[in-house]
Write a protein that binds this ligand. Structure first.
Ligand SMILES: C[S@@+](CC[C@H](N)C(=O)[O-])C[C@H]1O[C@@H](n2cnc3c(N)ncnc32)[C@H](O)[C@@H]1O
Length: 345
């Protein structure tokens, strides 16, 4: 058991509020779009629109777990009640703030009147906060730190690759744990287990901020773009050379999991490790619902909208590169630890 029952119960209450709000936003957007020609909603927005229709159908058919139609109806028919709910979740955390911001703009976004990227990234640091919350959910920070302390104790000269490093929410605890004595002069620090830390993302837009944020570690950090869906060697990365790959909430953003994991595996030394942190679909004993960041991020291109509302608890996994052909087809073997919403590993 990696999270307490109280944590789980409290989290479920929040998650159910977020689910109710998500469905209210979806049905409200469909109402606003009812006279808008559906054929004008194109590309990934069209998929998102279809997904909204499915949510609405499921709601009416009683097929949304943990969301009662009568509850939804009560809120749908009472604007004050609805606004109270939205204010409450916006105050709760970054997930709620982002959900309300995106939810209230859903119809204009689908009509291409409002740019969702601007809403997510252009107004404040809400996404950075949201990613930080994910990395810090439940007892994951303690688990990660315990693991990294062992790595630190047992390693020198590690060659590390981080993929989809983005705003750096996973980078911070990794650098702190593996190179704790880094100082502002940027000189090599005593007791550092890191030889090089390659900070990558598909977009270089994050690098300037990350350089400033992590300047204490500038002697080991290098920045480069890397698209994990494309051949690693062709992008100039050395195959079979990394001791660790860290991946914080990035692997879900890709279309072909097997291809991506094979690509990553090819970069690891034999017995090198992939440490990933991701949301997964929860088992049947847990609430199933829309998680707001997944919900809103599907408004970006290349993210397949969810087939059904699901609840994605945070999972962190350490997988070691293995050579045995009988292992899972991608040849990783791993352990998983779940964060707050999950009660078992
Ligand atoms: C959910 S965010 C991850 C958050 C990030 N770890 C952080 O702390 O900000 C997903 C990140 O993956 C990056 N990404 C998306 N697709 C990618 C790809 N194909 N290859 C590499 N990075 C990708 C995005 O640019 C974004 O920074």
């Amino acid at each position: 058991m990696l999270a307490s029952d109280e944590d789980n119960t409290a989290y479920r209450v929040i998650v159910r509020r977020l689910q109710l709000a998500s469905v209210l936003f979806v049905t409200n957007a469909l109402e606003q779009l009812k006279d808008y020609p559906a054929e004008k909603i194109e590309g990934h927005f069209a998929k998102y629109y279809d997904w909204c229709l499915k949510v609405q159908d499921d709601l009416h058919n009683g097929a949304l777990p943990h969301l009662d139609f009568d509850d939804w109806k009560r809120y749908a028919e009472d604007e004050d009640l609805r606004n109270d709910l939205f204010n409450r979740i916006a105050e709760e955390n970054a997930d709620g703030r982002l959900l309300v911001r995106m939810g209230t703009n859903l119809a204009p976004v689908l009509r291409k009147e409002v740019d969702p990227l601007q809403l997510m990234f252009g107004e404040d640091s809400v996404l950075q906060e949201l990613y930080k919350n994910m990395v810090e959910s439940g007892n994951l920070p303690a688990l990660l730190k315990a693991y990294l302390d062992i790595v630190h104790h047992n390693s020198v000269n590690l060659k590390i690759l981080e993929i989809g490093a983005g705003t750096g929410s996973l980078t911070a605890p990794v650098l702190e744990a593996l190179s704790p004595n880094a100082a502002d002069d940027g000189l090599p620090s005593a007791g550092s287990a890191i030889a090089t830390y390659t900070y990558t993302d598909v977009s270089s837009a994050f690098f300037e901020r990350a350089k400033e944020r992590f300047k204490k570690w500038r002697n080991v950090l290098e920045f480069r773009t890397f698209n994990i869906e494309s051949d690693a060697a062709e992008q100039g990365l050395e195959l079979g050379s990394y001791d660790f790959i860290f991946a914080g909430n990035v692997i879900h953003a890709t279309a072909d999991l097997k291809k991506v994991l094979s690509n990553l595996r090819s970069l690891l030394k034999p017995r090198g490790r992939l440490v990933m942190h991701e949301g997964i679909r929860q088992g049947s004993e847990a609430p199933s619902c829309l998680q707001p960041d997944q919900h809103v991020l599907t408004l970006l291109p290349r993210r397949p909208p969810l087939a059904a509302p699901v609840f994605w608890p945070i999972v962190r996994m350490v997988a070691q590169r293995r050579a045995e052909p009988e292992m899972v087809s991608i040849h990783f073997q791993g352990r998983m630890g779940c964060g707050a919403p999950c009660s078992r590993i």
